[in-house]
Write a protein that binds this ligand. Structure first.
Ligand SMILES: *[C@@H]1O[C@H](CO)[C@@H](O)[C@H](O)[C@H]1NC(C)=O
Ligand SMILES: *[C@@H]1O[C@H](CO)[C@@H](O)[C@H](O)[C@H]1NC(C)=O
Ligand SMILES: *[C@@H]1O[C@H](CO)[C@@H](O)[C@H](O)[C@H]1NC(C)=O
Ligand SMILES: *[C@@H]1O[C@H](CO)[C@@H](O)[C@H](O)[C@H]1NC(C)=O
Ligand SMILES: *[C@@H]1O[C@H](CO)[C@@H](O)[C@H](O)[C@H]1NC(C)=O
Ligand SMILES: *[C@@H]1O[C@H](CO)[C@@H](O)[C@H](O)[C@H]1NC(C)=O
Ligand SMILES: *[C@@H]1O[C@H](CO)[C@@H](O)[C@H](O)[C@H]1NC(C)=O
Ligand SMILES: *[C@@H]1O[C@H](CO)[C@@H](O)[C@H](O)[C@H]1NC(C)=O
Length: 870
């Protein structure tokens, strides 16, 4: 008779008859319903169940499962039998099906009596969730004995209420329990659901474990797991991300495998077991197996059983077998492309050597669904926009430029050496990275281009600090594009461009460009007008500011080098009052203030924006030059100066000239026919001496540069008063005379002295304006007036057409706007260098000194110069 037929028969019987009656009739002959254990040698397990009404439900389940024939012929086993009251009648059917599904969990291939049990023991049931893996079960003695010295004990935490029913004929035992056995999930599933019971989570370890195990082809069934709580795992997110990635598989195995053991290691365990790494781990136990001790450390919760394994929850996790490196961190930061690129360019050592002290700026692409790597994109940008050849060395340098030697100080600005150090363009110096710290916002930027994200949250690994930046970071670009972003140097850039100085030849040392920025050029005013007409002089000035060699704003040594005019240049730093913000350099004895960390780094060197134009000594600009510039087509003033023997003033550094505009001069009717004394008075009113000495009465006097109120003129005892009009111009008036004002339109100084200047005014200051007392001195015979009048008439008639022409012209020239804002002011043509003049550039004096100093520091230049003096 086949087992299935038997099941069918049994089931039919159950349906037909009462439960007790039918069971009794199928089973062995019933003798007694007592629970006595010594009912004869022939008693079987099924007999015991049949005889006890309390097991009727369980017996029915066994019958349904068709296990009775197998149980009848089996020997030496333990059957765990829930008594009828174990079933919750509310969901009776559910319980039945749970038991039926897990019926083998109730059969242990080993017989034991309560007296055999000490402490906590682990047995294997015959439930086989995975091939050759049997579900474990705990049998645990309760400490408080009740009666007959019999041990009270639990099975899987369920109390045994009918212990030790011995089936002698089968050498087997039945233990009655008062609840059905709990059913656990497999270790992999179980780990996820365990957390609620243990006031903590196991996410980290289960995440790591899940990568290699818990999959269809690799399971950890039949093993013992040491499961650490998250709070005991000191691994940060980056490390965890790395360990979970494919790159981290070896390290992950190293860590995870140390916590997994073949077989069931629990309960009353003592001995050395090999973990999955084949390393020896010593197990001991306390309280007869209640507490498991692993390598001397108590598990927090011992002997937690899953369907296919044992779990000990531990409070220890030592990640130290894995040595984290910058490379591993980069993997953890998902910067695989960056690492690949480093490997490809043979720069692996940078991220594999933990002893290197360095800073790394890392750009992490934000959207993660892009296929192309950030480096792929970068290559495109480089190729398309910057037309840099795809040379391997460029790529390598591009990568190296993300590294700084040593650590950076995020609380201040500074210049740091990058790892691009064999840069032939800049004399094998390391290309610098400029870091600017904004004290107000605490933000950091690199080369004014790239922002450092959360500077205070650097990622430190070994000796490497990693900072994230907000966009890809490139090697410094050409002079043009590096300065291009700084709009306040546009005039200089325009001039450099006009003279083809933007593309500097490779000098193998690098360049320092002292670049006049801010309003340096416009402040030259009339002098600039001159320079625009004399391209030789302008070129010489520009080349004078381009020096071979690198001078950064933290420069602190003396060097002697040359400039593009092939002149020797000596540069040395000097202590200054504002040493923190400015580095004061003596360039050929001439002070230049270089603002700290305002360096503009470009591919062939560094630009130092300066506030002022440095005019080299061999560019000589005289007052005569400036007068000619101010009145290009009219030499009347110069002629009158000659005529009156006053020209010496124009060659002395001790005088300034107030020059009526061409139109004003013409309108004033002064000619060689004007009576000499009036002419002299007129001219002397327009000449301002810088040093007035009256022998003993050497009085302090105001000067025009400070817009004083009593400025001496060459005319004895006649003074001018100056009244500021706006930033760019002032009004003048005779102190000892009529209440009439003239306005200063333009100013320009000679190279002899910054106090020897031309001030172009809109109207001539007439001798008539002098107060009568002063005029008396110049009283003339009536005839002189007559001559003057006649010659005046003649003059007017002859020159009237010229005057009109001049009026038109000069009214145009008064419209000269700020040069900084009007770069296309038709002057460009004159800027084109004439090759015939080139030889002048080398006429330089060997011990030349840079002369014109920069008047004020850049920071506070705005409030200065009521008179724009260079
Ligand atoms: C019962 O089985 C256990 C383990 O399977 C074994 O150690 C024991 O000797 C067996 N007892 C008998 C009587 O066969
Ligand atoms: C139980 O023991 C029997 C005989 O000792 C053996 O054939 C059977 O495979 C064992 N079953 C389990 C589940 O251990
Ligand atoms: C969980 O925490 C509560 C309160 O802190 C405590 O009473 C309980 O015993 C803890 N459970 C476990 C399993 O540690
Ligand atoms: C232009 O400037 C140069 C250098 O200062 C000078 O030698 C030359 O004479 C100037 N040319 C004119 C036309 O003023
Ligand atoms: C200027 O000097 C010359 C020569 O010294 C002299 O002849 C002439 O009279 C002087 N002219 C005036 C206006 O002083
Ligand atoms: C300018 O003035 C200084 C001092 O007042 C004097 O020593 C010098 O000779 C003067 N220069 C000329 C060219 O007059
Ligand atoms: C100059 O001469 C013209 C004509 O003779 C006269 O109208 C004008 O007022 C004169 N100007 C001055 C400033 O004397
Ligand atoms: C002229 O230069 C001297 C030093 O070279 C300087 O002290 C002075 O302030 C300058 N004057 C003006 C008006 O710029």
């Amino acid at each position: 008779m086949s087992p299935s037929c038997l099941v069918f028969l049994l089931n039919s019987l159950i349906v037909a008859a009462s439960v007790h009656a039918s069971v009794a009739s199928v089973a062995a002959p019933a003798s007694s319903s007592s629970l006595a254990v010594n009912d004869g040698d022939s008693l079987t397990v099924i007999d015991i169940l049949s005889k006890n009404v309390e097991f009727s439900v369980f017996l029915r389940v066994l019958q349904r499962s068709g296990l009775i024939p197998t149980l009848n012929i089996r020997k030496n086993f333990t059957l765990i039998a829930p008594v009828n009251s174990a079933f919750a009648y509310s969901n009776f059917e559910d319980d039945l099906s749970v038991i039926q599904d897990n019926i083998h969990q109730y059969i242990i291939n080993n017989s034991f009596l309560s007296s055999d049990i000490e402490g906590l023991q682990i047995f294997e049931t015959t439930k086989e969730p995975v091939n050759n893996v049997f579900t474990p079960i705990t049998v645990e003695v309760l400490q408080n004995d009740y009666d007959d010295n019999e041990n009270m004990f639990t099975i899987d935490g369920v109390e045994v209420v009918e212990p030790n029913l011995i089936a002698y004929s089968q050498d087997s035992v039945v233990h009655g329990i008062n609840q059905i056995l709990p059913v656990s999930a497999s270790t992999c599933e179980f780990v996820d659901t365990l957390s609620s019971n243990y006031n903590g989570s196991f996410d980290i370890f289960s995440k790591l474990m899940a990568v290699d195990y818990c999959s269809a082809d690799k399971s950890i069934s039949g093993t013992t797991l040491l499961l650490p709580l998250d709070e005991n795992i000191e691994i940060n997110d980056i490390e965890l991300n790395y360990l979970s990635s494919t790159h981290g598989s070896a390290d992950r195995s190293l860590l995870v495998n140390r916590n997994i053991f073949h077989g069931y290691v629990g309960g009353q365990v003592a001995g050395v077991y090999k973990d999955f790494n084949e390393d020896d781990v010593e197990f001991q136990n306390l309280h007869d197996g209640n507490i498991v001790i692993i390598d001397g450390k108590k598990a927090k919760y011992s002997n937690v059983l899953s369907d296919d394994g044992i779990i000990h929850i531990v409070g220890e996790f030592d990640p130290s077998p894995v040595e984290f490196t910058p490379r591993k961190y980069l993997y953890g930061l998902n910067s695989d492309d960056f690492v690949d690129e480093l490997d490809f360019r043979s720069l692996s050592y940078l991220i594999d050597d933990n002893s290197i002290s360095q800073t790394l700026f890392l750009f992490e692409e934000e959207d993660d669904d892009n296929e192309g790597s950030s480096f792929g994109k970068r290559d495109l940008i480089v190729l398309d926009k910057k037309s840099i050849k795809a040379q391997s060395s460029t790529h390598k340098d591009q990568l190296l430029y993300h590294f700084i030697d040593g650590k950076i100080d995020v609380s201040s600005s500074g210049l740091y050496d990058s790892k691009v150090c064999r840069n032939k363009r800049i004399g094998n110096n390391c290309q610098k990275i400029k870091i600017n710290h904004n004290a107000n916002t605490g933000s950091l930027s690199l080369n004014n281009e790239v922002k450092v994200l959360n500077p205070s949250e650097k990622i430190s690994i070994a000796n490497t600090d990693i900072y994230h930046i907000d966009k890809e970071f490139f090697l410094p670009s050409s002079l043009e594009s590096a300065v291009g972003s700084l709009s306040r140097c546009t005039t200089s850039m325009k001039y450099l461009n006009a003279f083809n100085l933007l593309d500097l030849a490779n000098n193998k040392k690098g360049y320092t460009v002292f670049l006049p920025c801010f309003s340096s050029w416009s402040r030259l005013d009339l002098t600039l007008d001159y320079l625009k007409k004399n391209s030789t002089a302008l070129l010489s000035i520009l080349q004078n500011g381009i020096v071979n060699g690198l001078v950064y704003s933290d420069f602190d040594e003396d060097i002697i080098t040359t400039n593009l005019n092939n002149e020797l240049v000596e540069i040395k730093p000097v202590k200054s009052d504002d040493h923190e913000n400015f580095n004061k350099l003596l360039v050929n004895g001439r002070e230049i203030n270089v603002e700290r960390n305002r360096d503009i780094i470009f591919d062939k060197g560094v630009v130092q924006p300066i506030n002022g134009v440095v005019i080299p000594p061999h560019v000589q600009i005289t007052l005569t030059d400036l007068i000619k510039t101010a009145s290009p087509d009219n030499n009347l003033f110069l002629e009158l100066m000659d005529f009156t023997n006053l020209s010496h003033v124009l060659n002395s550094p001790n005088y300034s000239v107030i020059l009526p505009s061409t139109m004003a001069l013409t309108a004033a009717n002064f000619t060689k026919f004007t009576p000499l004394s009036i002419l002299e008075t007129f001219l002397k009113l327009h000449i301002v001496p810088n040093h007035v000495s009256h022998g003993e009465n050497d009085i302090d006097h105001d000067n025009l540069f400070d817009c004083g109120s009593k400025i001496p003129t060459l005319l004895d005892s006649v003074h001018l008063a100056c009244r500021p009009f706006n930033d760019r111009s002032n009004y003048l008036q005779i102190v000892e005379g009529a209440d009439l004002e003239v306005r200063i339109l333009k100013t320009g100084c000679s190279t002899l002295s910054n106090q020897s200047c031309i001030f172009v005014i809109d109207k001539a200051i007439l001798p008539d304006w002098l107060s009568p007392g002063k005029k008396l001195k110049f009283h003339l015979p009536l005839a002189a007036y007559g001559v003057g009048f006649v010659s005046g008439i003649i003059f007017i008639f002859l020159l009237l057409p010229c005057c009109l022409l001049a009026i038109v012209k000069s009214s145009k020239s008064q419209n000269v706007a700020d040069d900084e804002q009007d770069p296309e002011s038709g002057e460009d043509q004159r800027l084109l260098p004439s090759t015939s003049n080139d030889q002048h550039n080398y006429d330089s004096i060997s011990n030349s000194t840079l002369r014109e100093s920069i008047p004020q520091p850049i920071a506070n230049h705005s409030g200065q110069n009521q008179i724009p003096i260079f």
